[in-house]
Design a protein around this ligand. Structure first.
Ligand code: WQD
Length: 325
């Protein structure tokens, strides 16, 4: 939102506040000196979405982030994930179609659609494999829904952004990740462990076929990710896209192992992290990092922040929300 506001976009935030706080609007205002419009809305509520598009009858684009994203949780609650990640998408697309005007749609997708890619780095042409989790499947199905809708609607132009592993917080430390309950992802669990909330970090396996035995991921700073969305929506608004449905991998192009992440944390924080090697986590893939050629040379976006900066911002954010010095 901050990046969109800074670029002069009129922004309306829709959120059901099930996994976020309304206070974020004040924090956005503090950073941008602009307060975005906000509507509390459950996007699964078809009538509510219809009424919203009638009330805000000049909406010409959507960046659709609203989805559940915990891989492990999706295995336990598949129907909740299919409902929460797909019904809102369909409701938004149906209203977009009804506007009968050129409509830009940015979809928050994921590198999980590739599963364990056969070739690294991973390009957008890598084959889509059977999803390893309902979460990953909702991203694959979401892209299929968008592809089919674009074929039947000349007004709709879509960019699907396949995120690798987002980490970090805004440099102002006004906004950052606020996981509800025990975080599933590595970085928030790591920083919470360092903040004393957990006694140790479990490293899920060190017997993988990688240099140090732990899994490798492409950790991308969330601010770089945000900037990519501005570039993407501008691309659609300025009708620069090459086809009506484009896909871009959003990563740094560099893979880092879990142990490398831990060592980087200890270096940038000066803290010693308590961790233990434990059993592998079901569903984990061994290695994933992005081929950034298309994002850099077609989309015209490149990650500028590195792993150390991402981890440092995550740690600074953790200390702030825990009122630690
Ligand atoms: C990273 C690595 C774990 C926790 C995420 C998101 C998914 C998608 C892709 C955007 C793995 C290891 C983790 C812990 C650990 N992103 N780990 N101990 O699984 O790559 O998926 O990125 O759509 O939404 O979930 O990320 O942070 O869970 O795990 O050892 O306590 O850290 O085994 O190798 P993952 P993650």
């Amino acid at each position: 939102m901050v990046e969109l506001l800074d670029e002069g976009f009129d922004v309306l935030i829709l959120d059901d506040l099930s996994n976020s706080s309304i206070t974020v609007l004040d924090q956005i205002n503090k950073i941008s000196n602009k307060k975005p419009l906000f509507e509390k809305l459950d996007l699964k509520d078809k009538k509510g979405v219809q009424e919203l598009f009638l009330k805000h009858n000049d909406i010409s684009g959507v960046i659709h982030f609203a989805a559940s994203k915990a891989v492990g949780e999706s295995v336990v609650k598949p129907l909740e994930y299919y409902e929460n990640n797909l019904v809102p998408l369909i409701n938004l697309l149906q209203e977009a179609e009804k506007t009968n005007r050129s409509f830009s749609f940015i979809f928050s997708s994921s590198c999980t659609v590739y599963g364990q890619a056969d070739q690294l780095p991973i390009t957008e042409e890598a084959p889509i494999k059977k999803a390893e989790s309902p979460y990953g499947n909702t991203k694959q199905i979401g892209e299929e829904i968008l592809w089919d809708t674009v074929q039947s609607n000349d007004n709709l132009n879509v960019i699907s952004l396949r995120y690798f592993n987002p980490i970090g917080a805004h440099e102002s430390l006004e906004i950052g990740e606020l996981p509800i309950g025990k975080p599933q992802n590595l970085i928030p669990f790591l920083t919470q462990t360092a903040a004393g909330i957990h006694d140790k970090l479990n490293v899920f396996g060190d017997d993988y076929p990688t240099p140090d035995g732990t899994c490798i991921r492409d950790y991308i700073h969330v601010v770089d990710l945000a900037k990519a969305h501005v570039v993407a929506i501008k691309r659609l608004k300025e009708e620069k896209q090459n086809e009506s449905f484009e896909i871009f991998n959003l990563g740094t192009g560099k893979g880092s192992s879990v142990l490398e992440v831990i060592k980087t944390f200890e270096r940038v924080s000066g803290e010693k992290l308590n961790y233990e090697i434990t059993a592998r986590r079901n569903g984990d893939i061994v290695e994933a990092y992005a081929d950034t050629y298309k994002a850099n040379n077609v989309l015209g976006w490149k990650a500028t922040l590195n792993l150390s900066q991402g981890i440092k911002s995550a740690w600074d954010w953790e200390k702030k929300i825990r009122n630690k010095s």
